[in-house]
Ligand binder design. Structure first.
Ligand SMILES: Nc1ncnc2c1ncn2[C@@H]1O[C@H](COP(=O)(O)OP(=O)(O)OP(=O)(O)O)[C@@H](O)[C@H]1O
Ligand SMILES: [Mg+2]
Length: 253
């Protein structure tokens, strides 16, 4: 299996503040990678760099061996929840259809029957079809999150990037999202930013720890030492109830 994403010595500065420091990362096809790290550690910046939304200061990013601008249609993105404008007067169905807009697609020419059918299929799969005419401001957090995932899927991506998809969701809604991602992972590579350590040990295949630098990239078995270096604070602050598997290495010391 080849690399679908490859970052080499990627640096990102915002003015004079360095947000990402010499990031090297390779993601294999059908991986399910979790990116963890403290607030301000550069997780969203890294996703936006992969999407080409943020210009990198130096280094190199390739998707399927292509430069980013040639791979735009291959990648779906679910933005960080709080950043989404819920007041925008648009319905669920319209949001999902917008996911199909490509550069050459004019919003006002309308959507083809096949596109409408595709949107219906995706909404049914994500259990939001009943909500299709609802304004997005009138959805619960879990419902809105599924709408945003549906929008990302509408473009039929090969890679799905999600920025904290389960933040502020209750336990049931979280499980529902993770089960969905597990299903989608059969067909696509997934990268998910999360603070949810229980998901990390249960659902993901590999993990990257980011605090400006990437400290660890591998299987989801983490030593307390690594977590401590990444977060720079006692781990019980960030990982309340860390499952045993995560602390595996620590136990052996
Ligand atoms: N547009 C911007 N202009 C200037 N600085 C920015 C910008 N976006 C992010 N930063 C800074 O870059 C650093 C990394 O931010 P980023 O949003 O990537 O962190 P994060 O790991 O996603 O954090 P969180 O867990 O809070 O979402 C922070 O110090 C932040 O203040
Ligand atoms: Mg973020």
């Amino acid at each position: 299996m080849g690399n679908v994403i490859k970052l080499e010595k990627v640096n990102v500065f915002y003015n004079h503040v360095q947000a990402l420091y010499d990031i090297n990362l390779e993601v294999k096809e059908n991986d399910f990678l979790a990116i963890i790290g403290p607030n301000g550690g550069g997780k969203s910046t890294l996703l936006k760099a992969i999407l080409g939304l943020n210009k990198i200061t130096s280094g190199n990013i390739k998707l399927f061996d292509l430069p980013i601008h040639k791979a735009i249609g291959l990648i779906g993105y679910v933005p960080q929840f709080g950043k989404f404008n819920k007041a925008f007067p648009i319905s669920v169905k319209e949001v999902v259809l917008m996911g199909m807009l490509k550069n050459n697609h004019h919003l006002f020419r309308g959507f083809k029957i096949s596109e409408q059918e595709k949107a219906t299929e995706i909404m049914k799969k994500l259990d939001i079809f009943e909500l299709k005419d609802r304004q997005i401001g009138q959805l619960s957090g879990g419902q809105l999150q599924r709408v945003l995932i549906a929008r990302a899927l509408a473009a039929e991506p090969k890679i799905l990037l999600l920025d904290e998809p389960t933040a502020s969701l209750d336990a049931n809604a979280k499980t529902q999202i993770y089960e969905l991602l597990k299903e989608l992972n059969k067909e696509m590579t997934i990268i998910m930013v999360t603070h949810d350590m229980s998901a990390v040990s249960t659902y993901v295949k590999s993990i990257a720890c980011l605090n400006k630098e990437l400290f660890y990239h591998g299987e989801p078995k983490l030593s307390e030492n690594i977590l401590d270096r990444v977060y720079g604070c006692p781990i019980d602050m960030i990982a309340h109830g860390v499952p045993h598997r995560v602390l595996h290495e620590h136990e052996e010391e």
